[in-house]
Design a protein around this ligand. Structure first.
Ligand SMILES: [Zn+2]
Length: 333
């Protein structure tokens, strides 16, 4: 069973990773650029580790274990994410991940959590200890491992130090420095290269039916292919194009409260803030290289820092909307 989406840029990493899977330690850390499909590799690896025939390519697809993975009900495959990232996961991941969202969305009106809490790790511990495993192995995947909060990371550390039986823990992240050093040091590191922008452009045309000129514009913005694919699937690719054109044509968007608000609503707070931050950084870097920083460069630097603070508060505080609105009011004035 091969992943339904073809991502040629993952092939080399997949071969390297799966060829030596039997010699891998319990903790495996997959790093690389954001939204390039690293978690697909983790899923491939899990499929091989759980396959009853132990074949090295992508699981036999026939044994009961492979069938259960395919139907997203394998009891020994554990996927742990925050609830909020549910919409970023493929169908396979979502169903495996649901059992660690301890308060189900349907029964709660609160905002879904952006973090993985210690309760999820406790539940994982219990499941790993209690589940009568089908075969010999158990696999745990954290598709966005940097979502682990402090206490959850500590609890996971214990698991990495004293793994139960033949358990593999695969941590996936594009920001490995956000994981505690103690966790990183207990994993073998594996870095995955992202595709070039021309590869992304071709992929968008072939897999998503994007027109060549638009595909080149999306790819040229340095975005991970799956971010673009996600925005296309959500029907906001027109807004994405408009947003990219406006930030590439200067920072005029920053003065227009209503336009910015529309971008936030369609494309997501974190995405828009990151892109704006990148744009300001690019401006400052370019001029700093030439040895002159103008008043507007210094203003860009201030904006860069300010957006960074808002992004941090989006990750950590409950009243993140307040921080965002505060920033927008300051921009407007
Ligand atoms: Zn199999």
């Amino acid at each position: 069973m091969v992943s339904p989406i073809t991502c040629g840029w993952l092939d080399n990493a997949r071969i390297k990773l799966t060829r030596r899977w039997q010699s891998l330690p319990h903790g495996i850390l997959l790093t690389g650029p954001e939204m390039i499909g690293k978690s697909l590799l983790a899923f491939d690896l899990a499929r091989i580790m759980l396959c009853e025939t132990g074949q090295n390519k992508s699981g036999c697809g026939i044994c009961s274990s492979c069938q259960l993975v395919e139907q997203s009900v394998h009891p020994d495959l554990h996927v742990v994410t925050s609830e909020a990232s549910g919409n970023l996961l493929s169908a396979h991941f979502v169903r495996h991940a649901e059992r660690y969202w301890l308060e189900k969305k349907s029964t709660s009106t609160r905002k879904p959590s952006e973090q993985i809490s210690v309760d999820s790790i406790r539940a994982l511990n219990q499941n790993l200890a209690a589940t009568a495993s089908l075969g010999a192995r158990k696999v745990v995947i954290f598709p966005i491992a940097d979502q682990l909060n402090h206490n959850a990371a500590n609890a996971l550390l214990k698991l990495l130090e004293e793994p139960t039986g033949d358990t593999f823990i695969i941590l996936v992240t594009s920001v490995a420095h956000r994981l505690p050093a103690t966790i990183r040091s207990r994993c073998v590191h594996f870095s995955v290269k992202g595709p070039s922008s021309s590869v992304v452009a071709t992929w968008l045309q072939d897999e998503k039916g994007v027109a060549p000129e638009t595909a080149a514009q999306f790819a040229g913005a340095g975005l991970g292919p799956f971010i673009i694919a996600d925005l296309i699937e959500r029907g906001v690719d027109g807004t994405l194009l408009e947003f990219l054109e406006s930030i590439q044509g200067g920072n005029s968007v920053f003065g227009e409260f209503e336009t910015l608000k529309r971008f936030f609503e369609a494309l997501g707070d974190e995405f828009v803030l990151e892109m704006l931050q990148r744009q300001f950084l690019k401006q400052v870097r370019k001029n700093a290289g030439a040895g002159v920083l103008s008043v507007s460069d210094k203003a860009a630097m201030d904006r860069f820092v300010e957006i960074g603070e808002v992004r941090e508060s989006l990750r950590t505080t409950i009243d993140s909307q307040l921080a965002l609105e505060g920033m927008m009011i300051r921009i407007q004035s």
